[in-house]
Design a protein around this ligand. Sequence first.
Ligand code: SAM
Length: 328
Amino acid sequence: MTGLSDSFQRPINYLRVSVTDRCNLRCVYCMPTSGIHLISHEDILTYEEIHSIIKAAAELGISKVRITGGEPLVRSGLSRLVEMIAQTSAIDDISLTTNGILLSRYAAELKSAGLRRVNVSLDTLKPDKFKLISRGQSNLEDVFKGIEAARSAGLNPVKLNMVVMAGVNDDELVDFAAKTINEEWHVRFIELMPVVGEGNTASQLVSVAEMRRRIETLGKLEPCLPSVGNGPAKYFRFSQSKGTVGFITPVSEHFCFQCSRLRLTADGKLRLCLLSSDEVDLRGPLRRGIPSAGLKDLIKEAVARKPLRHHLTEGHVPKDRPFCQVGG
Ligand code: SAM
Protein backbone atom coordinates (compact mmCIF):
# COMPACT_ATOMS: atom_id res chain seq x y z
CA MET A 1 0.00 0.00 0.00
CA THR A 2 1.36 3.40 -0.94
CA GLY A 3 -0.77 5.87 1.04
CA LEU A 4 -2.79 8.59 -0.58
CA SER A 5 -2.13 12.29 -0.31
CA ASP A 6 -3.51 15.22 -2.23
CA SER A 7 -1.69 18.03 -4.01
CA PHE A 8 -1.45 19.96 -0.72
CA GLN A 9 0.28 17.01 1.01
CA ARG A 10 -2.76 16.18 3.12
CA PRO A 11 -2.97 12.44 3.84
CA ILE A 12 -6.30 11.08 2.59
CA ASN A 13 -7.41 8.01 4.54
CA TYR A 14 -11.12 8.49 5.17
CA LEU A 15 -14.07 7.74 2.90
CA ARG A 16 -17.64 8.76 3.67
CA VAL A 17 -20.14 6.66 1.80
CA SER A 18 -23.69 7.87 1.25
CA VAL A 19 -25.75 4.73 0.70
CA THR A 20 -29.03 6.48 -0.09
CA ASP A 21 -30.42 9.95 -0.69
CA ARG A 22 -33.71 8.99 1.02
CA CYS A 23 -34.37 10.22 4.54
CA ASN A 24 -37.18 9.66 7.03
CA LEU A 25 -36.78 13.22 8.40
CA ARG A 26 -36.87 16.63 6.70
CA CYS A 27 -34.62 18.68 8.95
CA VAL A 28 -34.92 22.40 8.30
CA TYR A 29 -31.16 23.02 8.19
CA CYS A 30 -30.49 20.13 5.79
CA MET A 31 -33.38 19.76 3.33
CA PRO A 32 -35.10 22.49 1.28
CA THR A 33 -38.80 23.10 2.00
CA SER A 34 -39.63 22.01 -1.55
CA GLY A 35 -38.05 18.59 -0.87
CA ILE A 36 -35.45 17.06 -3.17
CA HIS A 37 -35.39 15.39 -6.54
CA LEU A 38 -34.70 11.77 -5.65
CA ILE A 39 -32.08 9.75 -7.49
CA SER A 40 -33.74 6.89 -9.39
CA HIS A 41 -33.19 3.44 -7.92
CA GLU A 42 -31.22 2.11 -10.89
CA ASP A 43 -28.75 4.99 -10.53
CA ILE A 44 -27.97 4.10 -6.93
CA LEU A 45 -24.90 1.95 -6.40
CA THR A 46 -25.50 -1.63 -5.34
CA TYR A 47 -23.69 -2.86 -2.22
CA GLU A 48 -21.41 -4.88 -4.49
CA GLU A 49 -20.49 -1.73 -6.45
CA ILE A 50 -19.85 0.21 -3.24
CA HIS A 51 -17.67 -2.63 -2.03
CA SER A 52 -15.63 -2.66 -5.26
CA ILE A 53 -14.93 1.05 -4.81
CA ILE A 54 -14.01 0.62 -1.14
CA LYS A 55 -11.66 -2.26 -1.99
CA ALA A 56 -9.88 -0.15 -4.59
CA ALA A 57 -9.72 2.84 -2.21
CA ALA A 58 -8.41 0.62 0.60
CA GLU A 59 -5.62 -0.62 -1.64
CA LEU A 60 -4.63 3.00 -2.16
CA GLY A 61 -4.60 3.91 1.54
CA ILE A 62 -8.17 4.51 2.74
CA SER A 63 -8.47 2.88 6.17
CA LYS A 64 -11.61 4.47 7.64
CA VAL A 65 -15.14 4.33 6.28
CA ARG A 66 -18.18 6.19 7.56
CA ILE A 67 -21.61 5.26 6.26
CA THR A 68 -24.08 8.09 5.86
CA GLY A 69 -27.15 9.08 3.81
CA GLY A 70 -29.76 10.58 3.44
CA GLU A 71 -30.61 8.33 6.33
CA PRO A 72 -28.50 5.19 5.94
CA LEU A 73 -30.79 2.98 8.02
CA VAL A 74 -33.70 3.41 5.58
CA ARG A 75 -31.74 1.34 3.05
CA SER A 76 -32.56 -2.31 3.58
CA GLY A 77 -29.90 -4.85 4.46
CA LEU A 78 -27.31 -2.30 5.54
CA SER A 79 -25.63 -4.85 7.83
CA ARG A 80 -24.72 -6.86 4.72
CA LEU A 81 -22.72 -3.88 3.43
CA VAL A 82 -21.08 -3.39 6.83
CA GLU A 83 -20.04 -7.03 6.80
CA MET A 84 -18.55 -6.68 3.33
CA ILE A 85 -16.59 -3.59 4.37
CA ALA A 86 -15.43 -5.24 7.60
CA GLN A 87 -13.92 -8.06 5.57
CA THR A 88 -11.90 -5.63 3.46
CA SER A 89 -8.29 -5.76 4.53
CA ALA A 90 -6.81 -2.36 5.42
CA ILE A 91 -10.17 -0.97 6.61
CA ASP A 92 -9.77 -0.70 10.37
CA ASP A 93 -12.67 1.56 11.33
CA ILE A 94 -16.30 1.50 10.19
CA SER A 95 -18.72 4.03 11.63
CA LEU A 96 -22.21 5.28 10.88
CA THR A 97 -23.97 8.63 11.02
CA THR A 98 -27.70 8.33 11.64
CA ASN A 99 -30.68 10.25 12.91
CA GLY A 100 -31.29 7.31 15.27
CA ILE A 101 -34.97 6.72 14.43
CA LEU A 102 -34.38 3.13 13.29
CA LEU A 103 -31.28 2.45 15.35
CA SER A 104 -32.90 0.40 18.12
CA ARG A 105 -33.98 -2.09 15.44
CA TYR A 106 -30.53 -2.48 13.87
CA ALA A 107 -27.86 -1.62 16.48
CA ALA A 108 -27.08 -5.19 17.59
CA GLU A 109 -26.92 -6.68 14.08
CA LEU A 110 -24.79 -3.78 12.84
CA LYS A 111 -22.35 -4.36 15.69
CA SER A 112 -22.17 -8.09 14.88
CA ALA A 113 -21.56 -7.22 11.24
CA GLY A 114 -18.48 -5.18 12.19
CA LEU A 115 -19.67 -1.63 12.79
CA ARG A 116 -17.47 0.03 15.43
CA ARG A 117 -19.40 3.15 16.48
CA VAL A 118 -22.17 5.59 15.65
CA ASN A 119 -22.82 9.31 15.60
CA VAL A 120 -26.44 10.22 16.21
CA SER A 121 -27.94 13.57 15.22
CA LEU A 122 -29.78 14.98 18.20
CA ASP A 123 -30.74 18.63 17.95
CA THR A 124 -33.13 18.93 20.86
CA LEU A 125 -34.26 17.18 24.03
CA LYS A 126 -37.83 18.43 23.59
CA PRO A 127 -40.38 16.28 21.67
CA ASP A 128 -42.32 19.24 20.22
CA LYS A 129 -39.22 20.99 19.03
CA PHE A 130 -37.99 17.75 17.48
CA LYS A 131 -41.12 17.65 15.31
CA LEU A 132 -40.58 21.27 14.35
CA ILE A 133 -36.92 20.83 13.39
CA SER A 134 -37.43 17.53 11.57
CA ARG A 135 -40.70 18.67 9.96
CA GLY A 136 -42.09 15.24 10.68
CA GLN A 137 -44.19 12.92 12.69
CA SER A 138 -41.30 10.82 14.01
CA ASN A 139 -40.82 10.56 17.73
CA LEU A 140 -37.85 11.81 19.68
CA GLU A 141 -38.42 8.84 21.99
CA ASP A 142 -37.33 6.54 19.13
CA VAL A 143 -34.03 8.41 18.89
CA PHE A 144 -33.39 7.95 22.62
CA LYS A 145 -34.21 4.25 22.29
CA GLY A 146 -31.77 4.08 19.38
CA ILE A 147 -29.02 5.73 21.43
CA GLU A 148 -29.57 3.29 24.29
CA ALA A 149 -29.58 0.31 21.92
CA ALA A 150 -26.31 1.50 20.37
CA ARG A 151 -24.70 1.80 23.80
CA SER A 152 -25.94 -1.63 24.89
CA ALA A 153 -24.66 -3.15 21.65
CA GLY A 154 -21.21 -1.68 22.35
CA LEU A 155 -21.16 0.85 19.50
CA ASN A 156 -19.16 3.20 21.70
CA PRO A 157 -18.56 5.99 22.10
CA VAL A 158 -21.96 7.11 20.85
CA LYS A 159 -21.44 10.71 19.78
CA LEU A 160 -24.40 13.06 19.68
CA ASN A 161 -24.34 15.82 17.07
CA MET A 162 -26.36 18.95 17.66
CA VAL A 163 -26.60 21.60 14.95
CA VAL A 164 -27.03 24.80 16.93
CA MET A 165 -29.52 27.35 15.61
CA ALA A 166 -30.18 30.72 17.25
CA GLY A 167 -33.80 31.10 18.25
CA VAL A 168 -34.51 27.41 17.56
CA ASN A 169 -32.48 25.21 19.91
CA ASP A 170 -29.68 27.40 21.30
CA ASP A 171 -31.66 27.69 24.54
CA GLU A 172 -30.76 24.00 25.11
CA LEU A 173 -26.97 24.38 24.90
CA VAL A 174 -26.59 24.32 28.67
CA ASP A 175 -29.02 21.38 29.06
CA PHE A 176 -27.02 19.30 26.59
CA ALA A 177 -23.71 20.23 28.20
CA ALA A 178 -25.10 19.46 31.67
CA LYS A 179 -25.91 15.92 30.50
CA THR A 180 -22.19 15.27 30.02
CA ILE A 181 -21.49 15.76 33.74
CA ASN A 182 -23.15 12.71 35.24
CA GLU A 183 -23.71 10.56 32.17
CA GLU A 184 -21.41 9.32 29.45
CA TRP A 185 -22.78 11.74 26.90
CA HIS A 186 -20.40 12.83 24.15
CA VAL A 187 -22.08 15.87 22.69
CA ARG A 188 -20.74 17.77 19.71
CA PHE A 189 -22.06 21.22 18.97
CA ILE A 190 -21.91 22.02 15.27
CA GLU A 191 -22.05 25.50 13.78
CA LEU A 192 -24.92 25.85 11.35
CA MET A 193 -23.73 25.93 7.74
CA PRO A 194 -25.94 28.06 5.46
CA VAL A 195 -26.37 25.25 2.93
CA VAL A 196 -30.12 25.16 2.46
CA GLY A 197 -30.27 28.77 1.29
CA GLU A 198 -33.66 29.50 2.84
CA GLY A 199 -34.70 31.83 5.62
CA ASN A 200 -32.09 33.80 7.40
CA THR A 201 -29.55 31.12 8.24
CA ALA A 202 -26.71 33.61 8.60
CA SER A 203 -28.48 35.25 11.55
CA GLN A 204 -29.14 31.80 13.06
CA LEU A 205 -25.42 31.08 13.37
CA VAL A 206 -24.20 30.81 16.94
CA SER A 207 -20.41 30.94 16.94
CA VAL A 208 -18.49 28.46 19.03
CA ALA A 209 -17.09 31.33 21.09
CA GLU A 210 -20.66 32.25 22.07
CA MET A 211 -21.59 28.60 22.71
CA ARG A 212 -18.64 28.25 25.08
CA ARG A 213 -19.50 31.43 26.89
CA ARG A 214 -22.97 30.10 27.67
CA ILE A 215 -21.87 26.56 28.50
CA GLU A 216 -19.17 27.75 30.85
CA THR A 217 -21.84 29.11 33.15
CA LEU A 218 -21.85 25.47 34.32
CA GLY A 219 -18.12 25.40 35.05
CA LYS A 220 -14.78 25.75 33.29
CA LEU A 221 -14.23 23.53 30.26
CA GLU A 222 -10.87 21.80 30.16
CA PRO A 223 -9.38 20.59 26.87
CA CYS A 224 -9.19 16.84 26.39
CA LEU A 225 -8.27 14.44 23.63
CA PRO A 226 -10.98 12.60 21.74
CA SER A 227 -11.31 9.00 22.89
CA VAL A 228 -11.80 7.82 19.33
CA GLY A 229 -11.40 9.32 15.89
CA ASN A 230 -9.33 12.12 14.51
CA GLY A 231 -12.02 14.35 13.07
CA PRO A 232 -12.35 18.10 13.20
CA ALA A 233 -14.01 18.41 16.64
CA LYS A 234 -12.16 20.01 19.54
CA TYR A 235 -13.00 18.25 22.80
CA PHE A 236 -13.43 19.53 26.35
CA ARG A 237 -14.85 18.33 29.64
CA PHE A 238 -15.80 19.74 32.99
CA SER A 239 -13.50 18.45 35.71
CA GLN A 240 -14.91 15.12 36.97
CA SER A 241 -17.49 14.85 34.18
CA LYS A 242 -18.18 11.45 32.65
CA GLY A 243 -18.79 12.67 29.12
CA THR A 244 -17.27 15.24 26.80
CA VAL A 245 -18.26 18.41 24.98
CA GLY A 246 -17.00 18.88 21.42
CA PHE A 247 -17.17 21.81 19.07
CA ILE A 248 -17.14 21.68 15.28
CA THR A 249 -16.54 25.00 13.55
CA PRO A 250 -17.04 24.69 9.78
CA VAL A 251 -17.98 28.36 9.56
CA SER A 252 -16.04 30.44 12.10
CA GLU A 253 -12.81 28.41 11.89
CA HIS A 254 -12.67 26.01 8.95
CA PHE A 255 -10.53 22.89 9.36
CA CYS A 256 -9.85 22.19 5.68
CA PHE A 257 -6.08 22.17 6.28
CA GLN A 258 -6.54 18.85 8.10
CA CYS A 259 -9.18 17.38 5.77
CA SER A 260 -8.49 13.71 5.12
CA ARG A 261 -11.81 12.90 3.43
CA LEU A 262 -13.34 11.79 0.23
CA ARG A 263 -17.07 11.33 -0.23
CA LEU A 264 -18.89 8.79 -2.34
CA THR A 265 -22.43 9.80 -3.29
CA ALA A 266 -25.24 7.25 -3.50
CA ASP A 267 -25.14 7.51 -7.31
CA GLY A 268 -21.43 6.75 -7.45
CA LYS A 269 -19.65 10.08 -7.74
CA LEU A 270 -16.51 10.71 -5.78
CA ARG A 271 -16.96 14.17 -4.29
CA LEU A 272 -13.79 15.93 -3.35
CA CYS A 273 -15.15 18.40 -0.83
CA LEU A 274 -18.46 18.62 1.00
CA LEU A 275 -18.84 22.20 -0.18
CA SER A 276 -17.62 21.97 -3.78
CA SER A 277 -19.52 20.48 -6.71
CA ASP A 278 -16.46 18.94 -8.35
CA GLU A 279 -17.04 15.17 -8.67
CA VAL A 280 -15.47 12.21 -10.45
CA ASP A 281 -17.89 9.61 -11.81
CA LEU A 282 -17.10 6.05 -10.76
CA ARG A 283 -20.46 4.40 -11.46
CA GLY A 284 -20.27 4.73 -15.26
CA PRO A 285 -16.78 3.22 -15.57
CA LEU A 286 -17.69 0.54 -12.99
CA ARG A 287 -20.77 -0.51 -14.95
CA ARG A 288 -18.75 -0.56 -18.16
CA GLY A 289 -16.45 -3.09 -16.49
CA ILE A 290 -13.40 -1.02 -15.58
CA PRO A 291 -10.76 -3.18 -13.85
CA SER A 292 -9.65 -2.38 -10.31
CA ALA A 293 -6.45 -0.73 -11.60
CA GLY A 294 -8.55 1.71 -13.65
CA LEU A 295 -10.76 2.44 -10.68
CA LYS A 296 -7.68 3.21 -8.61
CA ASP A 297 -6.44 5.62 -11.29
CA LEU A 298 -9.78 7.46 -11.17
CA ILE A 299 -9.59 7.71 -7.37
CA LYS A 300 -6.04 9.05 -7.60
CA GLU A 301 -7.16 11.58 -10.21
CA ALA A 302 -9.97 12.70 -7.88
CA VAL A 303 -7.63 13.05 -4.91
CA ALA A 304 -5.27 15.20 -6.99
CA ARG A 305 -8.20 17.55 -7.70
CA LYS A 306 -9.20 17.98 -4.06
CA PRO A 307 -9.51 21.73 -3.42
CA LEU A 308 -7.53 23.48 -0.71
CA ARG A 309 -10.56 24.72 1.22
CA HIS A 310 -14.23 25.56 1.05
CA HIS A 311 -15.47 29.10 0.50
CA LEU A 312 -18.61 29.13 2.62
CA THR A 313 -17.81 32.42 4.31
CA GLU A 314 -17.44 34.06 0.88
CA GLY A 315 -20.96 32.83 0.05
CA HIS A 316 -20.05 29.86 -2.15
CA VAL A 317 -22.53 27.06 -1.53
CA PRO A 318 -22.69 24.32 -4.16
CA LYS A 319 -26.03 24.25 -5.96
CA ASP A 320 -25.72 20.91 -7.75
CA ARG A 321 -26.85 18.66 -4.89
CA PRO A 322 -28.73 19.44 -1.72
CA PHE A 323 -26.63 18.82 1.37
CA CYS A 324 -28.82 15.90 2.40
CA GLN A 325 -27.69 14.08 -0.75
CA VAL A 326 -24.02 14.42 0.08
CA GLY A 327 -24.35 13.15 3.63
CA GLY A 328 -22.54 15.67 5.79
N1 SAM B 1 -29.39 11.14 8.33
C1 SAM B 1 -28.13 11.09 9.00
C2 SAM B 1 -28.14 11.99 10.22
O1 SAM B 1 -29.16 12.63 10.48
O2 SAM B 1 -27.14 12.03 10.93
C3 SAM B 1 -26.91 11.32 8.12
C4 SAM B 1 -26.94 12.45 7.15
S1 SAM B 1 -26.88 14.07 7.87
C5 SAM B 1 -26.83 15.08 6.40
C6 SAM B 1 -25.22 14.13 8.48
C7 SAM B 1 -24.85 15.28 9.37
O3 SAM B 1 -24.92 16.51 8.68
C8 SAM B 1 -25.71 15.39 10.61
O4 SAM B 1 -24.91 15.31 11.77
C9 SAM B 1 -26.32 16.77 10.46
O5 SAM B 1 -26.55 17.32 11.70
C10 SAM B 1 -25.28 17.51 9.62
N2 SAM B 1 -25.82 18.68 8.94
C11 SAM B 1 -26.81 18.70 8.02
N3 SAM B 1 -27.08 19.97 7.63
C12 SAM B 1 -26.22 20.78 8.31
C13 SAM B 1 -26.02 22.20 8.34
N4 SAM B 1 -26.75 23.02 7.62
N5 SAM B 1 -25.04 22.68 9.15
C14 SAM B 1 -24.30 21.84 9.91
N6 SAM B 1 -24.45 20.50 9.92
C15 SAM B 1 -25.40 19.96 9.13
